[in-house]
Design a protein around this ligand. Sequence first.
Ligand code: HEC
Ligand code: HEC
Ligand code: HEC
Length: 286
Amino acid sequence: MGDIDTKEKFEEKRLVLAQREWKRLTANGSKECRACHDYNQMDFDKMSIMAQMQMKNAAQLNTPCIECHKGIAHKLPEIKQQKSPELTKLIASAKNEKIGVNQVGYNVLAQPIYADSAMKERIGTLEVATAVKVLETTKDADKVELSLWRKSKGFSRVWYEKFGLNVVSAVFEKEFAQNKDNFTVMDTKEDPLTGLGWEHVKTDVWVKKGDLTSSSDGLWDVAKASFNTSCSVCHRPPAVDHFDTNTWPGIFSGMVGFTNMDNDTQKLVLKYLQFHSSDFDSDKRH
Ligand code: HEC
Ligand code: HEC
Ligand code: HEC
């Protein structure tokens, strides 16, 4: 067409070109693919279970191949990460929210955790959407209580939201996590599934003011919309409660590279999936 005369310009435009082809191959039922391998010539019994499950159904519905198979003959174009405008809006509105003493807040993005109100000594990271109770507040910082779980074995730097579930809420520096003076162990319990010991731990820490919101609903709305948009590009998005909390991270990390979600959105969407998995029935949801 005369507008692409360098490799760089080609790479820059690949996604647009690919989307145009995907549209064409959807509209014509993926005619070109089927010139070489059509549904009526497939021997389903010789396929992998995964291929059989998806493609017997697709053959019945005569679904265009391209709906599921992108990046076959050509490698997938690089997809640039994009900040979710909805998440950006939520982060901005949290700046004006006031979470009072003894109220619970959820952080709208991952942020540093400090040992002191001057926020000089960084001891870890608070992951997105973690519930914290505000204990004290100054002009710039909030002192919050973390009530979380950790595995007894190892350095136990990673603290989880709930017993037995790998939903990451905070990650501490090794020095902090190793020193028992830094937290109180409320309870210990063995996970019957893995035989691992877990500790219910509490500690008071400082975070920068302005990143907490009073309800997790807004966060889940953003996550749900992002999941439904990004994960429906190639196939119907899977039902969130089709997998359990500890299975979602593996599935998600295998797929998220196909999407244009930026890091903050990815973390939020994964947490949404974990908290709305088959481990949570609808009236006990977080
Ligand atoms: C010119 C004939 C031809 C056309 C057109 C064609 N294929 Fe293929 N395809 C093949 C052959 C031959 C193989 C086996 C290649 C091999 O084993 O190295 C193959 C392999 C595959 C595989 C399995 C290998 C892999 O990379 O996962 C998939 C999936 C596939 N094709 C999908 C498609 C889709 C989707 C289209 C249309 C966009 C398409 N094919 C168009 C001939 C064709
Ligand atoms: C609903 C989604 C879907 C549609 C539509 C679909 N496929 Fe597939 N296909 C899959 C999945 C899932 C696999 C398995 C991939 C895997 O095992 O990693 C697969 C595997 C394949 C394979 C490898 C089969 C094997 O295991 O030996 C070929 C070839 C293939 N598809 C071609 C096509 C062609 C050609 C069309 C259109 C006529 C098509 N597919 C339409 C989902 C789909
Ligand atoms: C660029 C296309 C594409 C996008 C975008 C995409 N997927 Fe997939 N997905 C596939 C293909 C192809 C398969 C089947 C082959 C495979 O397993 O690699 C699949 C399979 C799956 C499966 C079934 C695999 C299993 O282990 O049971 C799940 C669940 C899934 N995707 C979830 C997601 C989620 C969640 C997202 C959004 C983060 C997403 N997908 C985005 C192409 C995509």
